[in-house]
Design a protein around this ligand. Structure first.
Ligand code: PMP
Ligand code: GLU
Length: 403
C-alpha cells in the first residue's frame, strides 16, 4: 500500500528551490513553437550568432588530436594561463594560473564560489534587479539573501550608501553583475570605487563581481572592481565565454580569485562535476588567444538592435523605458498595465503579463518578478531586426487590448 506521494521523497532543499524562470519561459515558448505557433522567443538571454569559425575549428581539431580524456579539474594549464593573462592585461587584475578555475559555465562558477564561502546564516547582499539564479544559489548554500534595490531613476543601480546600510555583522558577500542582467546597467569606475570604499572597511566581506557581459558594453571601457587595490584580495571576478564569444552551449566559465578560494572551488568541483568538457576548453583557448573581431562585431550589432528596440518600446503608451548601456536586454517598467484585464482575467503580476504576451501575442519575454523587479518585463534583443520589430508590434497590440 502506497502511503506517500513521490514528491515527499524529495529533500527540503529541492522543494524550496524555484525553477529558473528564464529557462522555464523558454521551455514554454519551445512547446508552443512545436505545436506550430509562430513564437518569437525573447526570453532566454543568449546570443543569436553562431560561434566564430576559428573557435569551432579548434574544437574539431581537439577531437582529432585526441583530447577526449578527463581534463585537470580547474582546467587545462594553458587555458588557465591564457585567462590569467587576459585578466591581467584587460582588467588590471594581476592573476596567475593558480588563481583561475574553469567551470561548466559561469553559472557553475558562481555556485562554486557561493558554496565555498557561505555558511548557514551568512548574508549575501544581492543588487536588484538581479540575475534569476543568484537568490536560488544562495538558498542552496543555506545563506540568506539581502536584496538591495536600485531604482529606475538611478539607472537601476545600487549606491554605495545603500550597500553600507545593508551590511550587518553577518554579511559575507556582495553579488552583482555589471553590465547587468537584466537591466543592462553598467557601473562606472567612480560608482565601483565608492562601493569598494565601503567594502574596504569590512574585512570579512567578499565581492563576487559577475562580468560575463564585459564585451557587450556600449559605453566607457569596462572597469573591474577587483582592480581596486584596497579590496583586490577579497574580490572574485566571474567571467566566461557564453556571451562575448557566442558560446552558450559550450559551457565554459571561470573565476579569478585568491588561491584559497580557487582551491576551494577546485575541491568542490572535483567532487561534483570534474573539469569541464575537454573539447570546449580547447575551443575556449582558441577564443581567448585568437582575434577579438567577432566579439566587437556582435557588440556593434547589439548596440544597433538596442536602439531599434528601445525606440519601439518608447512608442508604446505608458511604458517607462530605460536605456541599457550593456548586455542585450530591454527592461521596461510595465506597472501601468498591471491590474488591467483581458477577457475578464486580471493581469496581476509581470509574470502574468509575460504569460499573456506569450499566449496572446506569441512573444516570449520574462516577468521582472524573477529578477526582483516586479514592475518590469525583460525583453532580450539578441534576435534579428525583423523579429524584434514584429515582437514589439505584437507587444504593443497586446498591451492595447488590456482594459
Ligand atoms: N551571470 C549572468 C548575469 C548571466 O546572464 C548568465 C547567463 N546565463 C550567467 C551568469 C551564466 O552564464 P554561463 O553559465 O552560460 O556561462
Ligand atoms: N543568462 C541567460 C538568461 O538570463 C541564460 C539563461 C539562464 O541561464 O538563466 O536568460
Amino acid at each position: 500500500m502506497k502511503t506517500i506521494v513521490e514528491t515527499q521523497l524529495l529533500s527540503e532543499r529541492s522543494r524550496a528551490l524555484s525553477e529558473s524562470e528564464t529557462l522555464a519561459m523558454t521551455k514554454k515558448a519551445r512547446e508552443l513553437a512545436a505545436q506550430g505557433h509562430k513564437v518569437i522567443s525573447l526570453s532566454v538571454g543568449e546570443p543569436d550568432f553562431q560561434t566564430p569559425q576559428h573557435i569551432k575549428d579548434a574544437a574539431k581539431k581537439a577531437i582529432d588530436d585526441g583530447f577526449t580524456f578527463y581534463s585537470p579539474v580547474p582546467g587545462y594549464p594553458e587555458l588557465r594561463q591564457a585567462i590569467a593573462e587576459k585578466l591581467t592585461k584587460e582588467n588590471n587584475l594581476d592573476f596567475t594560473a593558480e588563481n583561475i578555475v574553469v567551470s561548466t559555465g559561469a553559472k557553475q562558477s558562481i555556485a562554486n564560489v557561493l558554496l565555498s564561502v557561505v555558511d548557514p546564516g551568512d548574508e549575501v547582499i544581492i543588487f536588484a534587479p538581479y540575475w534569476v539564479s543568484y537568490v536560488e544559489m544562495v538558498k542552496l548554500a543555506e545563506g540568506t539573501s539581502v536584496i538591495v534595490t536600485g531604482t529606475i531613476d538611478n539607472d537601476f543601480k545600487v549606491t554605495a550608501a545603500q550597500v553600507e546600510a545593508a551590511i550587518t555583522p553577518n554579511t559575507k558577500a556582495i553579488l552583482f553583475s555589471s553590465p547587468c542582467n537584466p537591466t543592462g546597467s553598467v557601473f562606472t569606475k567612480a560608482e565601483l570605487t565608492a562601493i569598494a570604499d565601503v567594502v574596504a572597511r569590512h574585512e570579512r566581506i567578499i565581492v563576487i563581481a559577475d562580468e560575463i557581459y564585459e564585451y557587450i558594453n556600449f559605453g566607457d571601457k569596462h572597469f573591474s572592481i577587483g582592480s581596486i587595490a584596497a579590496i583586490k584580495d577579497r574580490v572574485v571576478t566571474v567571467n566566461g565565454f557564453s556571451k562575448g564569444y557566442a558560446m552558450t552551449g559550450w559551457r565554459v566559465g571561470y573565476i579569478g580569485a585568491t588561491k584559497a578560494i580557487a582551491a576551494a572551488c577546485d575541491k568542490l568541483q572535483g567532487q561534483v562535476t570534474s573539469g569541464t568538457c575537454s573539447i570546449a576548453q580547447k575551443a575556449a583557448y582558441a577564443a581567448i588567444t585568437g582575434p577579438n573581431d567577432a566579439a566587437k562585431e556582435m557588440s556593434a550589432a547589439y548596440l544597433r538592435r538596442r536602439d531599434l528596440v528601445i525606440g519601439l518600446l518608447k512608442e508604446i503608451p505608458n511604458l517607462k523605458v530605460n536605456v541599457p548601456q550593456g548586455a542585450f536586454y530591454g527592461f521596461p517598467d510595465v506597472s501601468a498595465y498591471l491590474g488591467k484585464s483581458f477577457n475578464g482575467v486580471v493581469i496581476k503580476t509581470a509574470g502574468d503579463l509575460a504569460m499573456y504576451l506569450l499566449n496572446e501575442g506569441k512573444v516570449a519575454a520574462v516577468g521582472g518578478d524573477a529578477f526582483g523587479a516586479p514592475n518590469c518585463l525583460r525583453i532580450s534583443f539578441a534576435a534579428s531586426d525583423e523579429n524584434l520589430v514584429e515582437a514589439c508590434r505584437r507587444i504593443k497590440d497586446c498591451l492595447a487590448k488590456l482594459q
